[in-house]
Design a protein around this ligand. Structure first.
Ligand code: NAG
Ligand code: NAG
Ligand code: NAG
Ligand code: NAG
Ligand code: NAG
Length: 398
């Protein structure tokens, strides 16, 4: 029996529909910002085009890919707000460039209330904060009317998500801030700003749980990673911090009713040409909380001013309100296999609170050298309980 032309076309149409249906289940639908009027010419403002593309991508009920092709896209402050209807991937092949000054705002690019977000760059994707002008305004302790200066990328209430292969350069303020996030993996990112750019923290984490930062390079003018109140189960692994102010807990105890910090591990990292290596810092105040469960291991320090430091009299600029010793209880801290060079004489400084001494601080296999006048390297302890074993250079004060 010969097939009629109409039967052939019906079979063909059926097959076509079937295959496009299965393809749609597997593939992403692309929301290309250029289709919404964006132009990557480094001149045109693309804020509205990006927001329109986001609206459609976020309402799409399948897998949506928000796509930024190569080019330089000028972009004002944007809030990408969920929840979205399907899975969302934000793919950045181009460079997003902030205006050099856009008035007062806390954040440049914000993602909020999104589950299973993937944000990825690649060899070319970058966020350019154009911070040079803002840095002059960001010396807040000298400036009573300090303006709000935007963070480059703010992730708020983001869960089960990944951010990878993204570059951020010259942020005006912090590069990345996470708040209220749960289970976010950040990997293969590169953050850079000059060593003397004020407040350009690499990644600040507050009120967040299960955050992993791996295989990344951070060089900036403030803390490479700072873990703030309410952080729990944070991991930093194979990250280079150079230059910067090191990996920090705090500052804590600055305000009332702060949440505890529980569980922070830094491993397999390098800190170089930095003011601090691993630092725990708390203000002298009556505000109490607990900071506990720290593992700092397999860390190479090169020319770091304070490789290992607990500072419970933190006050970066006067006048300091020393009304009370710190009421942040620091406990269960392990420093293991930390080696390299200190650029000052005191390589290990554990300066805890007279009201609540540090508990269970353990030093194991420390080998930090200082080559300069006043050497060899020394360690300094006050109000700290704990023990040391294995190699101890400088000699332990515990
Ligand atoms: C993050 O990484 C950990 C360890 O590889 C993995 O178990 C977890 O599922 C990852 N989370 C996401 C959201 O990719
Ligand atoms: C460590 O991170 C660097 C920089 O991202 C990467 O090139 C390297 O492969 C990572 N090493 C491991 C063991 O994952
Ligand atoms: C902080 O930890 C202490 C000791 O585990 C606990 O008593 C206190 O309730 C915690 N604070 C908060 C805000 O969870
Ligand atoms: C540290 O890095 C080394 C080599 O890059 C690797 O073999 C090892 O598994 C890493 N350790 C951890 C705890 O990531
Ligand atoms: C180290 O940091 C200083 C500023 O503190 C900078 O001038 C210098 O170029 C850096 N050196 C290296 C080798 O990165």
């Amino acid at each position: 029996m010969a097939l009629s032309a109409s039967m052939v076309s019906r079979v063909f149409i059926f097959a076509f529909f079937f295959s496009s249906f299965t393809a749609a289940q597997q593939k992403f639908s692309i929301f290309d910002v250029r289709k919404y009027g964006a132009v990557g010419d480094g001149r045109q403002d693309n804020t509205q085009a990006f927001l329109r593309a986001w609206e459609d991508a976020c309402r799409f009920k399948g897998k949506a890919r928000f796509y930024v092709a190569a080019g330089i896209y000028m972009l004002g402050s944007v809030n990408f707000i969920g929840p979205c209807f399907g899975r969302l991937e934000f793919q950045l092949k181009g460079v997003l460039r902030a205006p050099s000054w856009s008035g007062h705002s806390d954040s440049w690019i914000t993602f909020r209330y999104i589950d299973k977000l993937v944000m990825r760059g690649g060899a070319t994707g970058a966020l350019d904060g154009q911070g040079e002008y803002a840095w002059q305004l960001n010396d807040c302790h000298k400036n009573a009317n300090c303006p709000a200066i935007p963070t480059t990328l703010r992730l708020e209430f983001i869960s089960y998500s990944r951010v990878h292969h993204i570059r951020s350069i010259n942020s005006k303020n912090s590069h990345i801030v996470l708040f209220g996030c749960d289970n976010v993996n950040i990997s293969n990112i590169r953050l850079s700003a000059p060593y003397n750019s004020p407040n350009t923290d690499g990644i600040k984490i507050g009120s967040s749980t299960a955050i992993r930062i791996t295989n990344s390079i951070i060089g900036t003018g403030d803390d490479c990673v700072a873990v703030l109140p309410g952080s729990k189960d944070i991991l930093v692994s194979n990250v280079t911090c150079a230059p910067g102010h090191g990996f920090s807990v705090g500052s804590l105890g600055r305000s009332q009713k702060e949440e505890n910090v529980t569980g922070f591990t830094v491993q397999n990292c390098t800190v170089s040409n930095s003011t601090n290596g691993i630092r725990i810092k708390t203000w002298e105040s009556p505000y109490s909380s607990v900071a506990s469960g720290f593992i700092f291991q397999d860390i190479f320090m090169k020319d770091v001013e304070n490789p290992i430091i607990i500072d419970q009299m933190y006050c970066p600029y006067p006048p300091c309100n020393k009304q009370s010793p710190s009421h942040v209880q620091v406990k269960d801290v392990l420093y293991k296999n930390i080696w390299g060079t200190s650029s000052t004489e005191v390589a290990v400084s554990l300066s805890c609170s007279s009201a609540l001494p540090c508990e269970n601080v353990v030093l194991k296999d420390i080998n930090l050298n200082f080559q300069g006048s006043g050497g060899p390297a020394k360690s300094q302890c006050s109000f700290v309980n704990g023990l040391s074993y294995g190699q101890q250079r400088p000699p332990s004060c515990l």
